[in-house]
Ligand binder design. Sequence first.
Ligand SMILES: *Cc1c(COP(=O)(O)O)cnc(C)c1O
Length: 353
Amino acid sequence: MSVLNFYPGPSKVHPRVGEWMQDAFASGILGMNHRSEAFMQMLSQTLDAFRSALNVPEEYRIYFVSSATECWEIIAQSLVKQKSLHVYNGAFGEKWKEYTQRIHPLANGYAYDINEVPYVTESSDDYEVLCITHCETSNGTEIPSGAMQLLRKQFQGLIAVDATSSMAGVSLPWLMADVWFASVQKCFGLPPGLGVMVVSPQALAVAKELQDRRYYNSLLFIEENFRKLQTPYTPNSLGIYLLGRSLTERLNIEMLDVQMSTSADETYAYLTQLGAKLLVANDVVRSRTVIPFLTESVEQTKAIKRFLLQQNILIGNGYGAWKNTSLRIANFPAIEEHEKKQLQHWLTHYFNN
Ligand SMILES: *Cc1c(COP(=O)(O)O)cnc(C)c1O
């Protein structure tokens, strides 16, 4: 029996992935040339399913790439001339800044507290692109829509958002940013190896101005290929097929958002009841998809993980600054109600003994 997987990425895949993989194999699509009619049709269906399931606005473009990390690079290469501004509160946002600085030494950033929302100041207008992390997977914080709206009002340039661990789990305020990206091994419930990028007309206009055509993954090449239902390089066709199948059978994100929010509330509530201390004290910025709690010591961290593994349950280690003193529970859509109940049962057992 495979383990009950609450790891926040790679994470549990949707229970029907095996069946869909068989279908992909049987259909012959996996061996098709990526310039063929059959591939183009499959890509087109996946793009439509994505837009419809996730309510992506008509005017925003959708692209498939290899990973979220690749998106950090695409943004730096194709949308930043000299200076991006990275406002972060944890390890993923900081890593994004460091990657960008290798390409643009003038890229800059600052950290904000995990119990606050990101903010910009007047001097932020010196920067071309604001880079923020919608759900910081390392510490389980989420930027509320109200804060996204405020940033949109206050910042004049493009806004790029890493939504790797929240896209397809909760509904996103698409119009409040110009570039949103994720990879599929988190809330999409799919095997790793595919990144998704959602891009506004303003961002494409900037890309056209900058005319970056230096790289195989320059945004303009991606756009020109996707316009023709093609891709700049031979893509992960199995990943694109699975994405299309899974999104066709999914609840619309607005309804899923309600379920996920309720499920997160319940998890936070029982953790609190058990006497576990939550990592994020301010409930306004708590993530609904990655749920961290603090432990009392490194020994306790290990003991809880070990105890759960004995029950065949895997939860996530802490990450970055909270590596040894917190644990993380994924609250992703592929995880089923009875599995959440199992976890709750055994955590209750642990804390009450
Ligand atoms: C997982 C994660 C990434 C990295 O995703 P890859 O698919 O490995 O590139 C980046 N940002 C955040 C917020 C993540 O959670």
